[in-house]
Design a protein around this ligand. Structure first.
Ligand code: FES
Length: 194
């Protein structure tokens, strides 16, 4: 029991809530580094627990799990509706090339209809893709509808981490096992029934 407690330490989200002058959602990427499990827990790939209720719509945060970044994004209605527009650009819209744990459950690809939970490591050579939720022309895509851009070699992913055609990254960003208990998100455990 104590071991279980040790492996599920809560991480406080140091969300610095701020809205830019433009009124756009706050999109900075604070890195959650407060989690400090024991060496033994680390070796076992301890799960991470965070409260996501304070996240603003459109905000992304990073959580460290197994020494790797995991992106958590609170999607807006608009961003989820916009996924349709990006479909023709995607290489594997249904994640058939990877083990997709919660296929078909939600547009977010997660167990939540609002929050996406995505590995923050580019499937090309392991850089960390950057979050660009703005719907506006970008140097890498004149009809950008929001998503992730990897600055290392130009791979593009949509708002839920699905890879574009014709980029170096071969597959979608994986979805780690996770579950929600209200606003408490646990990454690293499946938690049984969705
Ligand atoms: S590591 Fe991301 S495109 Fe190469």
């Amino acid at each position: 029991m104590q071991e279980k407690d040790n492996t599920r330490r809560k991480v406080l989200i140091g969300l610095t809530s701020a809205v830019g002058l433009s009124g756009l959602p706050f999109v900075a990427t604070p890195f959650i580094a407060a989690w400090n499990p024991s060496a033994r827990a680390k070796a076992a790939g301890a799960s991470v627990t965070i409260d996501v209720s304070k996240m603003q719509y459109g905000q992304q945060i990073q959580v460290a799990w197994r020494k790797q970044p995991v992106f958590v994004i609170r999607q807006t209605k608009e961003s989820l509706a916009g996924l349709k527009k990006t479909l023709p650009k995607l290489s594997d819209p249904n994640s058939e090339a990877i083990d997709e744990p919660y296929r078909g459950l939600n547009l977010t690809r997660s167990k939540s209809s609002e929050y996406s939970v995505i590995a923050g490591v580019c499937t090309h050579l392991g850089c960390s893709p950057k979050y660009h939720p703005e719907v506006e022309p970008k140097p890498w895509d004149a009809s950008w509808s929001g998503g992730f851009f990897c600055p290392c070699h130009g791979s593009m992913f949509d708002m839920v981490g699905r890879v574009f055609k014709g980029v170096p990254a071969p597959t979608n960003l994986p979805v780690p096992p996770h579950f929600f208990n209200g606003s408490i998100l646990t990454i690293g455990e499946d938690g049984g029934v969705a």
